[in-house]
Unconditional design. Structure first.
Ligand SMILES: Cc1cc2nc3c(=O)[nH]c(=O)nc-3n(C[C@H](O)[C@H](O)[C@H](O)COP(=O)(O)OP(=O)(O)OC[C@H]3O[C@@H](n4cnc5c(N)ncnc54)[C@H](O)[C@@H]3O)c2cc1C
Length: 465
């Protein structure tokens, strides 16, 4: 990194739009601009810069390139696990463009948009966006890792919905990136995650739909084990219209609805979606399909029903944050009854494990996630794994240094025989070198390295590797 003269910082400030901010380390406002969803993230970069326009984006990338300041991008901070010690932490949360083309069934969002900020307007246009599980996640950040969500076995990964990106590459050039204009970069952006450029906006294909059938069933106590076992068998029989996951949540005694306070709960998430079916048909087929899970144990709480296109967050009920977060994830080749028993021996009711959530998502046995893992139009990793394991640390930061790694190591080594060769980046936390090698297939990883080297030869955009 080169020394940055005060005059260059002053010039940058003068060049940026009125809403943009530039904070050098130690200046007032730095911590507020650096803060995000993961309250445990450690940001100590030379600058935190918040941009508001594409012109700002170009100016900051050129400034950083001129002084060899590595850039790490942050929209919401949902994915910010790696401590940052140098360069620019570039915040995009002010970039709130939203354009909806009802006739073309498309919408365009700026880099700072989160799902909950855009879904009501998309629904009002009669459209449904394919999203991830949490409405508070940043739209672009999610798609940079591919983006598998609660409707994905039928409607695909979120990145595959993107028709065009606008991207500032390391040379400071603003590019319109489509399958025709820059096919290599277009493919890389759909799951390649890091080291490619700064996306300023993207245009997505939506579905013309008002509702899906979905929500969750909750189980406690003695019902947890039989339902978990039934879920493992049931997933192998599901049509592609159904996407589901199972999550054991250990709720704290305070700060959550009384129904859940202090309890360990198995939350089965479920969605049934079919753009060709009526709402009544979806509701009837979805309800019939989940009957074996309902029958496997006494239902403690039930939120299943028709959900409007802007209520998809009700399927997973992820916390809105900010929270201290530490996560670990792993693609699985299969799950069986031995897997379930092993998982429950660590994370079941009454067990002592440092995870607030222990989750398995079902991705395989046909459907669009599996297809996304083998097609050649994107760069998503881990999508060939029929299941994905995700563990989230108890939101007590003091436990992150020892208790969470200890729990993770114990659980992950006990489950190792079900592990597949790949994991998706969006669930990888802060991947170390060993994990990094599992984020894509060897062919995709090699192609991504070539694309990163072509568009960012000086490694301006950080990868952490
Ligand atoms: C509660 C919760 C639920 C989640 N559910 C899902 C899910 O269902 N499916 C799924 O796939 N993932 C899921 N994730 C993971 C999430 O998609 C990733 O953490 C993602 O990186 C978050 O993006 P962000 O912009 O919100 O976060 P940030 O921390 O702001 O960004 C994370 C990274 O995304 C990249 N990025 C962000 N914006 C841009 C940009 N404009 N240009 C280029 N790169 C950019 C950068 O590498 C950045 O460091 C979930 C995470 C949480 C905390």
């Amino acid at each position: 990194m080169g020394a940055v003269p005060d005059s260059a910082v002053a010039e940058l400030r003068a060049a940026l739009s009125a809403d943009a901010v530039v904070h050098a380390r130690g200046e007032a406002g730095y911590a507020e601009e650096a803060a995000g969803y993961n309250a445990a993230s450690k940001i100590d970069t030379d600058f935190v810069i918040g941009i508001a326009t594409e012109e700002d984006a170009v100016a900051v990338v050129r400034f950083a390139a001129a002084y060899r300041l590595p850039i790490t991008i942050g929209a919401t901070g949902h994915g910010q696990y790696r401590p940052l010690h140098e360069g620019v932490y570039l915040r995009t949360h002010r970039m709130r463009k939203l354009e909806i083309d009802k006739a073309a069934k498309t919408f365009t969002v700026g880099a700072g948009q989160r799902w909950f900020q855009v879904l009501p307007a998309i629904r009002e246009a009669g459209l449904l966006a394919v999203t991830g599980s949490s409405p508070s996640v940043g739209i672009i950040g999610l798609t940079m890792g591919g983006g598998v969500g609660p409707l994905s076995r039928k409607l695909g990964i979120v990145a595959d919905r993107i028709l065009a990106y606008r991207v500032v590459t390391a040379d400071g050039d603003l590019k319109v990136v489509t399958a025709d204009s820059y096919p290599d970069l277009f493919q890389a952006l759909k799951g390649g995650k890091v080291g490619l450029g700064l996306v300023t906006e993207a245009t997505f294909q939506a579905e013309e739909m008002e509702h899906v059938y979905g929500g969750g069933l909750f189980f406690v106590g003695d019902a947890i084990a039989p339902v978990w076992h039934a879920w493992a068998d049931w997933t192998k029989t599901l049509p592609v219209e159904a996407t589901t996951s199972a999550n054991i949540v250990r709720f704290p005694p305070v700060g959550v609805p009384e129904l859940f306070a202090g309890r360990t709960v198995l939350h089965i998430r479920f969605a049934y979606v079919d753009p060709d079916a009526s709402d009544e048909e979806m509701a009837a087929k979805g309800a019939a399909l989940i009957e074996p899970i309902r029958a496997a144990g006494e239902v403690y709480h039930d939120t299943l029903g028709l959900l409007a296109a802007d209520e998809l967050g009700a399927i997973h009920l992820d916390p809105d944050g900010p929270l201290p977060m530490a996560v670990a994830g792993q693609g699985l080749v299969d799950i069986d009854h031995e897997f379930v028993d092993t998982l429950l021996s660590f994370a079941g009711d009454g067990k002592d494990v440092a995870f607030v959530a222990t989750e398995v998502r079902h991705w395989g046995h046909g459907g669009a996630i599996e297809e996304a893992g083998v097609n050649t139009v994107n760069s998503i990793g881990g999508a060939r794994a029929p299941y994905h394991l995700l563990t989230i640390a108890t939101p007590v930061e003091e436990l992150f240094a020892e208790a969470f790694p200890a729990s993770r190591d114990a659980v992950y080594s006990a489950l190792a025989k079900w592990f597949g060769p790949e994991t998706n980046y969006n669930w990888a936390g802060s991947p170390d070198d060993e994990k990094w090698r599992t984020l894509w297939s060897p062919e995709t990883a090699a192609r991504l390295e070539a694309t990163r080297a072509k568009y960012d030869p000086e490694h301006l955009f950080t990868t952490g590797h």
